[in-house]
Design a protein around this ligand. Structure first.
Ligand code: AMP
Ligand code: GLY
Length: 428
């Protein structure tokens, strides 16, 4: 009999806990390692620090005879972790540095979409502050201003008026608040519609789409306040009907995959299309080269097919004809954050009530910014926990998730009270 598989997960947030949770369910998987992991992941695998960069990680994986490595955060992908593992003949789930350009360079992504006629907002690229300023002074508002490079999700300003656009350009191009990432900006037209995240497993040639999820990016109820990494999500969303999904596959995913292969950057991993569903059809707001967070915390709890097999087939280029099974129930996740996030916040507060919440039926607690201090779990980041619940409908999933949220307590805990409510509005 073949030995059980040894997997390594890179990252330590709620998304990586969800990846570990789904892999732990696979009968094929024997051992889960996570670098650096978190106390939630430590309940199902071994969390450890590996000093150094991608070369040291690859060396470690080789030594430990890891069968498959799965990468969460984009930063590692942009450092070429997939290239390094490939060079050593190690199996890694995630795109090469060249393929990750779909996320790591907004200019590349926009020009790529133009070349392959993938629907997206019209745009202009600027490397000189004065020229960008001249342009926004002549345009109508709202306008969207984006730093070219990775900016930890903070590089986008939706400017409702000229003064906001001028301030954003000054911050990015003169003050250099995002460093090199802001030496070039994309200025694009504002898209009106409903947002959804469609993620697909891609093996370089074929793709298999996951059910669409909806993120809640703004910090406060009613989609107010600053952008965050995501304050909650649910899956599926009725915004992506079966016929809309077909459009997304035909107009976006298929040409993207074909285009990347043709340009010598075959795309292997998860391609995440951040979409605006407009009157004119689906438009790409952004591509990400990885699993979404918190989307993964609502997608994977619904997956009934074997997760290890999907990842292994993706890496092997064997996705053709693959069909995935999904739990018909809905999943909804509420993020418990440290008060003040995405701005300044305090950490180190003990967390109470985790066992009681985790004991609830159809509730899963995913750890993100937590740490272990002696025998106690304490807060250690902006997004602290993701509380996912399954339900027969969205209201049921929301009720259960919020019941679990009420059992968990830590000082300065903040969470949105309206996850999923907008969707209920769409139904009405
Ligand atoms: P991004 O980091 O590119 O996903 O942008 C962050 C958020 O800004 C998105 O989730 C949208 O809500 C908003 N956004 C970005 N681009 C546009 C656009 N062209 N039109 C409208 N909203 C946008
Ligand atoms: N939830 C947004 C992201 O993962 O980028």
């Amino acid at each position: 009999m073949a030995l059980g598989k040894r997997v390594l997960i890179v990252g330590g947030g709620g998304r990586e806990h969800a990846l570990a949770w789904a892999l732990d369910k696979s009968p094929l998987v024997e051992t889960i390692f996570c670098v650096p992991g978190n106390p939630g992941i430590a309940q199902i695998g071994t969390c450890l620090e590996v000093d150094g960069g991608v070369a040291e990680l690859a060396e470690w994986a080789e030594e430990k005879e890891i069968d498959l490595t799965v990468v969460g955060p984009e930063a590692y992908l942009s450092l070429g972790i997939a290239d390094e593992f490939q060079r050593r003949g190690l199996r890694l789930f995630g795109p090469t540095n060249a393929a990750a350009a779909l996320e790591t360079s907004k200019v590349f992504a926009k020009e790529f979409m133009t070349r392959h006629r993938i629907p997206t907002a019209s745009y202009q690229v600027f490397s000189h502050y004065e020229e960008a300023l001249d342009y926004v002074r002549k345009e109508e508002f709202p306008l969207v201003i984006k730093a070219d490079g990775l900016a930890a999700g903070k590089g986008v300003t939706v400017a409702g008026e000229l003064a906001e656009a001028e301030e954003a350009l000054h911050d990015i191009m003169v003050e250099g608040v995002f460093g090199e990432a802001g030496s070039t900006v994309v200025i694009e037209s504002f898209l009106e519609g409903e947002e959804a995240s469609v993620l697909a497993f891609c093996d370089g040639e074929n793709f298999v789409t996951m059910p669409a999820a909806r993120d809640h990016k703004r910090a406060y109820d009613g989609d107010q306040g600053p952008n965050t990494g995501g304050m909650g999500a649910y899956c599926p969303t009725s915004i992506i009907t079966a016929s809309m999904q077909e459009k997304v596959e035909e107009q976006i995913l298929a040409p993207a995959l074909k285009g990347m292969a043709k340009e010598g950057r075959p795309y292997v991993g998860v391609l995440y299309a951040g979409l605006m569903i407009t009157k004119a059809g689906p438009q790409v707001v952004e591509f990400n080269c990885r699993f979404g967070d918190p989307e993964t915390q609502v997608i994977l709890p619904r997956l009934q097919s074997d997760f290890y097999t999907i990842l292994a087939k993706t890496v092997a280029g064997e996705l053709e004809g693959m069909e995935l099974e999904w739990d018909p129930r809905l999943a909804l996740c509420v993020i418990l954050a440290s008060g003040g996030y995405p701005g300044d916040y305090q950490v180190g507060y003990p967390i109470e009530g985790l066992e009681a919440a985790a004991a609830m039926e159809d509730v899963i607690i995913f750890h993100a910014g937590t740490t272990r201090r002696g025998g106690q779990i304490a807060t250690d980041g902006g997004r602290v926990l993701g509380i996912t619940a399954l339900g027969d409908d969205l209201a049921g999933a929301a009720r259960r998730s919020y019941e679990a949220c009420d059992l968990v307590r830590f000082e300065n805990c903040y969470f949105r009270k309206d996850i999923g409510r907008r969707e209920e509005g769409i139904h009405r």
